[in-house]
Design a protein around this ligand. Structure first.
Ligand SMILES: NC(=O)C1=CN([C@@H]2O[C@H](COP(=O)(O)OP(=O)(O)OC[C@H]3O[C@@H](n4cnc5c(N)ncnc54)[C@H](OP(=O)(O)O)[C@@H]3O)[C@@H](O)[C@H]2O)C=CC1
Ligand SMILES: O=C(CO)COP(=O)(O)O
Length: 299
């Protein structure tokens, strides 16, 4: 029997499957999900929860409930792969997980990483964010040679950046869909970066996280490519499609939709100036994107 530590990915959507593929290079890696699949090393949830190392790739809005109903803490070390802020409560994922996993056992993955590229083995750089450097050192050897990992202790910075960029990608998709030009798009993305940094600062995030892979890196990726689901939501909105129609066509999660609600709430509560995220929320609620643009230019 192998003495290698056991690892499992929970959530076999796009990102979960890509991480499972990547980790399987160096390590036998299990995967489980709500819907069973014919994938190598697919297992049941109980077997997965008995592994020493877990990577959880379930959409942010489902995590609170999922943890409550399914998770049993058995001293596992956990990496969270989701990017979003819970809309009902405005809680960050680290706050939600804190009720189930002690701080020293948890880390958060951030950085520019389209699953579709990772699953082809294309080069990629990720940040593993945890207050425990030991946790990073334990997970680092599991990653394949084509993924370079960096360490950061700025959990909240990574979380805000990863969640906020999804909302900005929607804005950027709207910009593209309205044919506003590359000047407008670059302005939107760079002002968006300032905005997410301002928002993050309020919750204790470090400025440097926003100019690195977790912030600028992931924002530039997601807000400039229609490989991004969030960007495609923006394109659809600019084409006057209904949100329901867009999400049905997408068939996968676009975290920016619900995260824009969370940011809207939090920015009101803490009096933070977040004009771009607010307009995204209003467009998702039905405001005409052209009126939104006018309001942004005049704010
Ligand atoms: N795709 C990407 O490139 C990247 C995604 N992320 C983040 O990873 C997270 C997951 O994204 P991704 O995998 O792409 O999304 P997908 O839409 O591809 O898959 C999400 C999976 O989550 C599972 N799921 C949904 N609801 C529940 C629930 N209530 N309980 C348990 N499982 C549930 C589903 O499993 P099932 O099908 O078995 O029912 C589904 O396959 C998101 O937060 C995203 O932002 C981060 C970096 C890159
Ligand atoms: O987070 C991602 C890449 O880093 C994926 O972005 P989308 O969810 O918009 O596809």
């Amino acid at each position: 029997m192998s003495n290698k530590p056991k690892i499992a990915v929970i959530g076999a959507g796009k990102w979960g499957q890509a991480l499972h593929f990547a980790l399987s290079f160096k390590q036998e890696t299990y995967i489980t999900s709500r819907t069973p699949r014919d994938i190598k090393n697919f297992t049941d949830l109980n077997t997965a929860l008995n592994c020493e190392y877990l990577i959880i790739a379930i959409p942010a809005q489902q995590i609170k409930q999922w943890l409550k109903e399914n998770f049993v803490f058995k001293n596992q070390k956990v990496l969270v792969a989701s990017k979003g802020i819970e809309a009902n409560t405005g809680e960050f994922l680290n706050e939600i997980y804190a009720e189930h996993v002690p701080e020293k056992n948890i880390g958060f993955i951030s950085g520019p990483s389209f699953a579709a590229e990772v699953i082809q083995g294309l080069p990629c750089a990720l940040v593993l964010n945890s207050t425990s450097k030991k946790l990073y050192q334990e997970f680092k050897p599991f990653f394949p040679d084509f993924i370079k990992t960096y360490y950061s202790a700025d959990v909240i910075g990574a979380e805000v950046a990863g969640a906020y960029k999804n909302v900005l990608a929607i804005a950027s998709g709207i910009c593209e869909g309205l044919h506003l030009g590359k000047n407008a798009q670059a302005s939107l993305i760079s002002r968006g970066l300032v905005e997410m940094q301002r928002f993050g600062k309020n919750f204790g995030a470090k400025k440097s996280s926003f100019i690195g892979l977790s912030g600028a890196g992931d924002l530039f990726l997601t807000a400039s490519s229609n490989m991004s689901r969030n960007y495609r939501v923006g394109l659809g909105l600019a084409q006057n499609k209904s949100l329901e129609e867009i999400l049905e066509e997408l068939g996968e999660v676009a975290e920016g939709v619900k995260t824009s609600e969370a940011i809207y709430k939090l920015s009101k509560e803490y009096n933070i100036y977040t004009p771009i995220a607010n307009e995204v929320k209003l467009v998702l609620d039905g405001k005409n994107p052209k009126d939104s643009l006018k309001d942004l230019l005049n704010s």
